[in-house]
Design a protein. Structure first.
Lengths: 173, 305
């Protein structure tokens, strides 16, 4: 499982996991206990968490869509629901990490997806975010990284878009 | 709608005619006798007079009440509303619990000399004036009703402002210092980056703009940043030269003077922060026990400390 990817499209799930793990590690650096890793769908072992962050960091070109970044906000509300000052600090550490990683956020327009003959059928089934991620990966000819096996990965495989689940990238320790 | 508070006073049926006693029920802020009403029994006329006086009734009104009591054996008095469990709950959730939590975090950061300065915002991210951070009508009300705590809060916030301005001055002097800039340039020279296994400077700073590079390094220095995790683009550079860069705080004369001022400001704030936290914790405990309000709501959704 040591595939090297030069470029990858990252779904909001793994991206959110990375940001939360980073936030927890940054908090630990301030002498505050880890609290949030338990609220994401990642194994609890610190070694796995660090390896996961290192794995994503090692991909030179990381892409995502604007729709996926909007989901980060909703995921924070649903999974963490932070209060100030933690809320501001989590956003600051997240933006810092995304800047460090040079995340390339691209807009995949709904009207473009809807005007594409094959993607148009996909839209009502899996929604604009997932359809946009598949389109972006197809456009760049790169792999799509997700945790969503049932919907996103299945549709990507069906469309011959290269896709890796997080558990394929990094086996559970 | 005005919140009402009714005091019911009734002759105690067991008291003797030559020594009449009275029972008082404080019906709470909304005139409800259930729930949080306070009762006092077997009070003398003098006790009743003193209570009504403390409630702010005029001498004439008190005389009227006492006359009515004597004639009919009971009276009702409309009193001013006062703090009750709903207000206390609001103070806990919007002022006391978040403030206590913030103060606890703040002292940990001051201890580590990590001021959480962010160059992009030119502000301390986790060390902020509480009056600004938790500004609300609840805070204003809390301040009015607790003037001693309000005064300590103001003192704390003034010291935060002093630290903020000291740290900003330190940052400004550091990024403007020729020796610091030369040191950064030297560390970022291709031959030195190569020694760290970095092929190009673009690998170091991710999507940070070139003009932010010195600022980012200076931010790490000012905050006494520890080793960065390897998944950070800046980790190789910072971890490799952290000691040399941090030395700027004690080696460059102008920067050292600024750094000394920051440390002094932080020490002053640390003391004020501890005092304020103790006061707020004691006040919270007192309010909780007096009004039977849990520190954190049973559903656990409050901003608990």
């Amino acid at each position: 499982m040591n595939e090297c990817f030069r470029k990858a499209v990252i779904d909001s799930g793994p991206l959110f996991d990375a940001l939360v793990l980073n936030y927890d590690l940054r908090r630990a650096g301030l002498g505050r206990p880890s609290r949030y890793a338990s609220r994401i769908e990642a194994p609890q072992k610190l070694a796995w968490q660090r390896a996961f962050l290192a794995r994503l960091a090692s991909i030179p070109e990381k892409l995502t869509t604007s729709h996926a970044t909007v989901e980060l906000f909703h995921l924070e509300k649903a999974r963490l629901n932070l209060y100030e000052p933690d809320l501001s600090y989590s956003w600051r550490t997240s933006v810092d990490l995304l800047t460090q990683w040079r995340i390339d956020e691209q807009l995949v327009r709904l009207l473009d997806l809807a005007s594409d003959e094959s993607l148009r059928l996909c839209l009502p089934e899996i929604g604009v975010t997932d359809t946009g991620l598949i389109e972006l990966a197809a456009r760049h000819g790169c792999v799509l990284i997700t945790r969503d096996e049932r919907t996103l990965a299945r549709e990507a495989y069906a469309r011959q878009v290269q896709c890796r689940l997080v558990r394929q990238l990094l086996p559970i320790i | 709608m005005h919140a009402l508070r009714i005091l019911h006073i009734e002759r105690n049926v067991k008291s003797l005619p030559e020594d009449p006693r009275y029972d008082l029920i404080d019906a709470g802020r909304h005139g409800e006798e259930a729930g949080f009403a306070c009762a006092a029994q077997s009070l003398t006329v003098h006790d009743i007079e003193a209570i009504l006086s403390r409630e702010g009734l005029s001498p004439d009104s008190i005389s009227d009440v006492l006359r009515e009591l004597k004639q009919t054996g009971s009276a009702q008095v409309q009193a001013s509303p006062r703090i009750g469990p709903n207000i206390v709950r609001a103070w806990f959730d919007t002022v006391l619990n978040p403030a206590i939590r913030a103060l606890d975090i703040e002292r940990g950061l001051l201890q580590r000399r990590n001021w959480t300065f962010a160059f992009s915002a030119r502000a301390l991210e986790l060390i902020q004036p509480l009056g600004q951070r938790f500004h609300s009508a609840n805070l204003e009300q809390f301040r009015e009703m607790n003037p001693v705590a309000a005064s300590e809060l103001d003192k704390h916030d003034a010291l935060v402002a002093e630290l903020q301005s000291s740290v900003t001055a330190l940052f400004d002097d550091l990024v403007a210092d020729r020796e610091f800039v030369d040191l950064c340039d030297s560390l970022l020279a291709p031959e030195n980056l190569g020694k760290l296994g970095i092929l190009d400077i673009s690998e170091v700073f991710g999507a940070y703009r070139p003009d932010a590079r010195y600022n980012l390094i200076a931010e790490y220095v000012v905050n006494n940043t520890g080793e960065l995790p390897a998944y950070y683009a800046t980790a190789k550079l910072w971890n490799g030269h952290r000691d040399a860069l941090l030395e700027c705080l004690t080696r460059l004369p102008r920067v050292t003077a600024r750094y000394t001022a920051v440390v002094e400001a932080a020490e002053g704030l640390k003391g004020a922060s501890g005092n304020l936290e103790t006061r707020l914790r004691n006040l919270r405990q007192e309010l909780s026990l007096r009004y039977d309000v849990p520190l954190i709501p049973p559903d656990g959704n409050g901003a608990g400390a």
